[in-house]
Structures are given as structure tokens and as C-alpha cells.
Design a protein around this ligand. Structure first.
Ligand code: F6R
Length: 265
């Protein structure tokens, strides 16, 4: 696992985008797991610039969102369907292949079947090459909340009270924040061949410390990263403030002559 300290949100976003672009160049039919929320917005903005400039071709790449609210219409501004269109897919004309863009269907008549189909679609695509993740202030990844099984698959979950409160900032009426979501499980995420985690801001410091320096425990689902062989965790100074281990900055990391060979180890 490579934990890399970055100065701030901007450096985290730019660095993450450049890592993703490098991975797409290396494997044009890459299968990506993609998050929503506030953290990846800067990274998507950078990706949009790169895609607009034609620096990389993403038509063969597949995208699988980590999660989606249950019961929120796809057209609702806060649905993750709408989020992905707004921040990425509709931003670059003709860059993406619509059949390759997947978001869980939180409005399916048969949610159980929709969960199974989503899991099967990831498998059919060849499994995720790279899954990007944010981290909740309570240590969740995707919507795997504290107390979940660390081997879970795509399923419907009830959101923790803390998550509902945290996400209320995106809704005009906090009372309308959905209470359930369809999410990749921790088992689904662990099957990805590589993970990139992003954490920015003091509000994430406790969760980052628990994930990286605490025990692997369902109390902090993000702690599964300790068991994954290929993880890059980009943490800005504020989010790293609870860590006792000192990790290299990107500058330090980059000046290591072996950096390229061990980035995703
Ligand atoms: C979003 C997701 C969540 C968020 C997490 C952090 O698809 O899976 O786990 O990554 O809640 O959210 P922000 O980035 O808004 O702090």
C-alpha cells in the first residue's frame, strides 16, 4: 500500500486524475469503479480537461459507479446518475460509449435482482482494474457502513445516521435525503485489481487514521485497504493529521528512482 501525502485538495485531485489517465493509456479497455460525493469533484474536473484536450481516448473504457440512492429518480439532481452526467459524462461530447457507463439502478422493481445483475455486469466486463474510493467521516467506503460484512457484495443497505447527516448538505430539504442505497460490497471492492483512495480535509482525519493505523475491522470498513495488495491512498495534510506514521509527499515519492515500479504495490 502506498500512502502519499499531498498538500491540499487541488494537488490530490490533479495527481489522482494523472494516475487515472496513465492507467487508461496503459489499458484502453480499462474497467473503472467510480465514486461520487464532494471529494472526487476536482479529479473529475481535471479528467474533463484532459478528455476535452483529446489526451486520452476513453471510448473503450468502462465505468461502474460504486453506489446509488434507492428510490431517487435518475433525473433527480442528487441522484448519482445525474451526478455522473453533470460532472463527467455530459461534459465531453462523444468521449464515452454509453453502453460502458454503469450506475446501480436504485429504482429497479426488483432490487435484489438489480444487485445481482450489477455484480454480474462487473464480472462480465472482466472485473474492475481500478476502483476509486472516497471515505466517509465514519470510515465507510462506497456505502458500506460500520458494522457491515467485510466480504459483502452488491446489495441494498440502510445508510448510517452520520452519512444521512453528512449528505444532507447536497439536498435542499435535509428531510428528503434517502435512507437506503444500493452499493458495491467490500468484497466487490476488494476484488478490484487496484484501488485509489482519496481523503481531503480535517473532517476525514479520524477515519483515515482508523483505516490506516487501526485494526482491520467492520467498525471502519475502509480498513479493508490494509488487506489489498495494490492500493494508492492520496491524503492531504489535513486528512493526514491524525496519522502517526509519516508517509512520503508526492515530491519525495517521485524522486525515488524505483517509484514507478512500486506505485501500485
Ligand atoms: C460516494 C461514496 C461515498 C463517499 C463518501 C465521502 O459514491 O461511495 O463513500 O465517497 O461518503 O463523501 P464526500 O466525498 O462527499 O466526503
Amino acid at each position: 500500500m502506498r500512502v502519499i501525502r499531498v498538500a491540499d485538495y487541488q494537488e490530490m485531485s490533479d495527481l489522482c486524475a494523472s494516475l487515472v489517465v496513465a492507467q487508461i493509456k496503459a489499458k484502453p479497455d480499462i474497467v473503472l469503479g467510480v465514486p461520487t460525493g464532494g471529494t472526487p469533484l476536482g479529479m473529475y474536473a481535471r479528467l474533463v480537461e484532459t478528455f476535452r484536450a483529446g489526451e486520452v481516448d476513453v471510448r473503450r473504457a468502462s465505468f461502474f459507479n460504486l453506489d446509488e440512492y434507492v428510490g431517487l429518480p435518475h433525473e433527480h439532481a442528487q441522484s448519482y446518475h445525474a451526478y455522473m452526467r453533470r460532472h463527467l459524462y455530459d461534459q465531453v461530447e462523444d468521449a464515452f460509449t454509453p453502453e460502458n457507463l454503469h450506475v446501480p439502478d436504485g429504482n429497479a422493481g426488483d432490487l435484489q435482482k438489480a444487485c445481482e445483475s450489477y455484480e454480474a455486469a462487473i464480472r462480465a466486463a472482466g472485473g474492475m482494474d481500478l476502483c476509486m474510493l472516497g471515505i466517509g467521516a465514519n470510515g465507510h467506503v462506497a456505502f458500506n457502513e460500520p458494522g457491515c460484512s467485510l466480504a459483502s457484495r452488491v446489495r441494498v443497505v440502510r445508510l448510517a445516521e452520520r452519512t444521512v447527516l453528512d449528505n444532507a448538505r447536497f439536498f435542499a430539504d435535509p428531510a428528503t435525503v434517502p435512507r437506503h442505497a444500493m452499493t458495491m460490497g467490500t468484497g466487490t471492492i476488494r476484488d478490484a485489481r487496484a484501488l485509489i483512495l482519496l481523503a481531503s480535509g480535517e473532517g476525514k482525519a479520524a477515519a483515515v487514521a482508523a483505516a490506516l493505523e487501526g485494526p482491520v475491522t467492520s467498525r471502519c470498513p475502509a480498513s479493508i485497504v490494509q488487506l489489498h495488495p495494490r492500493v494508492v491512498f492520496l491524503v492531504d495534510e489535513a486528512a493526514a493529521s491524525g496519522l502517526t506514521v509519516r508517509h512520503p509527499s508526492w515530491e519525495e515519492y517521485r524522486s525515488d528512482p524505483h517509484a514507478e515500479t512500486f506505485l501500485f504495490q
